[in-house]
Design a protein around this ligand. Structure first.
Ligand code: PHE
Length: 375
């Protein structure tokens, strides 16, 4: 009896701390994602899309007859965790390719490990130009911040906004990159940046920056921030009585989950896709299948990008007929006109994707489609 208990508890400890190794008829794909911390929704929603792609592919027989096993580790939104998650996926789990991250700073950290180990990585949604510049193993299925900055700048010009103040997050590669992308494009199109202010992720008091911005009297405030910080900024801005339009990028996704409707007025942002977009068959099918598989979850742009990234990767491994990193990367580099949920995806010579975008605003606190923009 005693022995049985010791044995059983030993088994439990084993099951808790290790995952069964993949067998010869399986293929391991690694995912690193922010599942906890200040940007936890990035990982939570992306994972839903990735899981859906894995289920569908496995039901159709997997890749080359092998079932896909998805291993996912939490980065907690931290660069050191991103590095160790990717290292573990490659060295311990023997992942043949990696999906992730959402936040550009974390993708940059993880991509370095992938590149050093010759393991291909596809980020669904990191837009900073530096991510794919890390090397020939690193790909993305979304537009870059140069393009996103151009989309935002063109929209600003069309709105008749001639001067802008920028409030950006100095701690995030994403925010710094989008600041630069917007500045270049807005200036090129005759606009003027009259003030630049910075904050750090997690700050809660923005009064100094907002006071400076109010005094500068710009036509628009460009704020490339992630949803949590943005919510705090907009609330404080409203309290200070600042009545200026705000413009931003994809990082705004999900701000409505942390921000009341009366604060989300006169706000516009660029995004990759919107669940309200039912214009393509791919979009409609994705929404239908997501609702059927995960009836208790909301799907959004992160899920759609995760789904596209996973499918593009699975196709590439299939065509490569191999789990060799170089061969998979060579197939990823050949992707042209892939009909994705988030649009038609072609990978260019810099391993980026030029894609259309949508501009959104808020109605009663809910993201609402304004217009589409083409590359
Ligand atoms: N593009 C952001 C980054 O590079 C991540 C993001 C993608 C956020 C899509 C929201 C929606 O960090």
């Amino acid at each position: 009896m005693r022995r049985a208990i010791v044995l059983l508890s030993g088994l439990w400890v084993w099951m808790f701390f290790t995952v069964a190794p993949a067998t010869a008829d399986q293929i391991v794909i690694g995912q690193y994602a922010s599942l906890t911390g200040a940007i936890a929704n990035f990982g939570k929603y992306t994972d839903l899309g990735v899981q859906l792609a894995v289920m569908e592919r496995n039901e159709k027989g997997g890749i080359d007859g092998k079932q896909i096993v998805l291993r996912t580790y939490d980065t907690r939104g931290q660069q050191t965790d991103a590095k160790s998650a990717v290292t573990r996926l490659i060295t311990q789990d023997k992942a043949v390719a990696i999906l992730g991250e959402v936040a550009s700073s974390l993708s940059i950290a993880g991509a370095q490990v992938c590149q050093e180990n010759g393991v291909p990585m596809v980020t669904p949604s990191s837009t900073n130009p530096d991510v794919t510049a890390i090397g020939n193993m690193i790909f993305r299925v979304c537009y870059t911040d140069d393009l996103q900055g151009l989309y935002a700048a063109k929209f600003a010009v069309e709105k008749g906004w001639k001067t802008a103040a920028i409030l950006y997050d100095r701690k995030q590669a994403y925010s710094v990159g989008l600041r630069d992308g917007f500045t270049d494009a807005f200036t090129d199109h005759g606009g003027k940046i009259i003030l630049e202010q910075a904050f750090s992720s997690g700050d809660t008091d923005f009064s100094a920056q907002l006071t400076a911005i109010r005094n500068a009297k710009p036509d628009v405030i460009f704020c490339p921030s992630y949803y949590n910080d943005l919510g705090n900024i907009l609330r404080q801005s409203k309290k200070m009585g600042i009545d200026l339009p705000y413009l931003g990028g994809d990082g705004w996704t999900d701000v409505e989950s942390v921000t009341p409707a009366d604060v989300l007025v006169n706000c516009y942002y660029v995004n990759h896709w919107d669940p309200g977009d039912t214009s393509t068959q791919e979009s409609r099918t994705f929404i239908e299948r997501s609702k059927a598989r995960f009836p208790n979850d909301n799907f959004n742009v992160w899920s759609a990008l995760g789904y596209d990234a996973a499918n593009i990767l699975f196709d590439a491994i299939d065509r490569a007929d191999s789990t060799d990193g170089k061969k998979i990367a060579a197939e990823l580099a050949k992707v042209r006109d892939f009909k994705g949920v988030t649009g038609t995806i072609s990978i260019d010579e810099n391993r980026n994707a030029s894609k259309p975008a949508v501009i959104l605003t808020f109605k009663d606190g809910k993201p609402t489609y304004v217009t589409s923009v083409q590359p």
